[in-house]
Design a protein around this ligand. Structure first.
Ligand SMILES: *Cc1c(COP(=O)(O)O)cnc(C)c1O
Length: 216
């Protein structure tokens, strides 16, 4: 069996960081291998794959959507998705709320913040997210829970740059928490760090890391 996973899992548990195993392009047998070692949180960046895996795999898996979500696809995952990491518009929140209501659920969401210096990544800017939170409309959405923030650092070997991007995300997280979600049980999740940069992310305060290639 894959004892590398066990070592990895223990290190993260000690630090109270949740490991989301990213399964994109991995066959179901590989996912079941990790499942049999105890992993329950899995993430996919596409709705279609997420859905196929949800149908085929054990029902106690907690499925995380980590990639860009189109508004018209929310309905395919709303009944069972555990956490949406990649909310990047008010329209999307509205639709998640609408679909969650249909299934009598409250869906936890993270707001994706654009921290990288790359044009291809999705997310709110700091100004956009503050503006949205200042707007009272969000309080009308009773079937979503804004649980924290997510971000992806620039894909670079420059550690200092990556660290600064994670630091800025943590600062924004604290600022939003203090101003909009001061109670301890709300707004607790900070999803940052992938195979190449998760150690830096944890040092900078990640509570969730999303790891694919290192695990498989
Ligand atoms: C693929 C992906 C990951 C995992 O990347 P690895 O480098 O394989 O660990 C994490 N987050 C998102 C949003 C991804 O698309």
């Amino acid at each position: 069996m894959n004892s590398r996973y066990k070592d990895f899992d223990e290190v993260l548990k000690k630090k109270a960081v949740l490991l989301v195993a990213v399964t994109k392009t991995r066959p179901n047998e590989a996912i079941l291998g990790l499942y049999n070692e105890g992993q329950r949180d899995f993430g996919e960046n596409r709705v279609q794959e997420l859905r196929e895996k949800y149908v085929a795999l054990p029902k106690d898996i907690r499925w995380h959507l980590i990639g860009h979500l189109q508004t018209n696809k929310v309905k395919y995952i709303a009944e069972w998705v555990h956490l949406v990491h990649s909310v990047d518009s008010l329209e999307l929140l509205k639709e998640i709320n609408r679909q969650a209501l249909k299934h009598n659920r409250i869906i936890s969401c993270l707001l994706q913040i654009f921290i990288a210096d790359e044009t291809t990544k999705f997310g709110f800017t700091k100004q956009e997210v503050i503006k949205m939170l200042d707007d009272a409309e969000l309080n009308n959405f009773k079937n979503i829970k804004i649980a924290g923030l997510m971000g992806m650092a620039t894909n670079t070997n420059d550690e200092g740059k990556v660290r600064n991007e994670f630091k800025s995300l943590k600062e924004l997280f604290l600022e939003i928490k203090e101003k909009y979600y001061p109670s301890t049980e709300n707004f607790t999740k900070l999803s940052m760090g992938m195979s190449g940069d998760y150690l830096i992310a944890i040092e900078e305060g990640a509570t969730i890391v999303r790891i694919g290639s290192l695990l498989f």
